[in-house]
Ligand binder design. Structure first.
Ligand SMILES: [Zn+2]
Length: 276
């Protein structure tokens, strides 16, 4: 009987350790967190021919905001995603993509400059995933260390070959990762939209905890209805990612920040303003 109980306890412990989102807090901060502030950067706009391509059930044309985030930490600057390419700023008709048209009114480089930063000041480039509206300005940061999931790094590009330049320094992850070791900036593995998609949990001193979605969620309507686009790399994994995110939000009493949701992004205070 006791043997059976011990076996049951061991299996339960193993399940808790191997299944993300079950019970355990994502990370326990140790020491004084070195995070100072977070800036919201405007990284372009996407006009969609058909809103339902990203929001199942929607009709007519749609729009997605493109947002990047910059974090000031005592150990260095971290940029989360790089948005649409700066080269489209000033193109009168924008750039056609497979789902619509990309436009942008302001370069990422100019927003960094406004904060007194050069691209070479960025130490870490944490990427939600490798779709073009998230990696459009990678070439500005050849010295920065990519912080990506190995599954994303190794994902073959649509026309073959690699998604990242082999000479760029990279930390390839297999699961969650506490970037600075103090619990203030934690990557949360949420595969499904792409093979190595990840979200970013940011614990700010005054604002509290935020969960930056990347494309694990495109719109509030999707989050509210627990839906994901059919075009995602793996739909069941994407749905499991939503459950994982809900657990992370609860464990950390965090706000969900959906980077593509135009109605939410419109309410954000952009750089040079910031969230402490
Ligand atoms: Zn995407």
């Amino acid at each position: 009987m006791r043997k059976a109980f011990l076996l049951f306890a061991a299996i339960s412990a193993w399940l808790a350790a191997t299944q993300p989102g079950l019970a355990q807090p994502v990370s326990t901060p140790h020491g004084t967190p070195g995070i100072e502030r977070l800036y919201v950067l405007y990284c372009g706009d996407i006009a969609l021919n058909d809103a339902s391509s990203f929001t199942p059930g929607a009709s007519g044309p749609g729009a997605l905001s493109v947002t990047c985030y910059l974090i000031k930490h005592a150990q260095g600057w971290l940029l989360w995603d790089t948005g649409l390419p700066d080269s489209i700023v000033g193109m009168p008709d924008g750039m056609k993509s497979n789902a619509g048209v990309w436009t942008s009114k302001k370069t990422l480089a100019s927003q960094l400059a406004e904060l007194g930063l050069k691209p070479s000041d960025i130490r870490y480039l944490a990427l939600s995933h490798s779709h073009p509206d998230h990696v459009g300005n990678l070439n500005l940061f050849p010295q920065a260390t990519l912080v990506v999931q190995k599954a994303e790094y190794d994902w073959v590009a649509p026309f073959g070959g690699a998604r990242f330049k082999p000479e760029q320094p990279a930390t390839k992850l297999d699961g969650d990762h506490d970037v600075f070791g103090d619990g203030s900036v934690v990557l949360i593995s949420t595969p499904g939209h792409s093979p190595g998609h990840q979200c970013l949990l940011v614990r700010l001193p005054k604002t509290g905890a935020l969960l930056l979605t990347g494309d694990a969620v495109h719109t509030k309507a999707n989050w509210d209805s627990h839906r994901v686009p059919e075009r995602n790399f793996n739909v069941p994994q994407s749905l499991a990612a939503l459950d994982r995110m809900a657990a992370v939000l609860k464990e950390n009493n965090a706000q969900l920040w959906i980077g593509h949701e135009t109605s939410e992004v419109a309410l954000r205070r952009y750089a040079p303003d910031s969230y402490e």
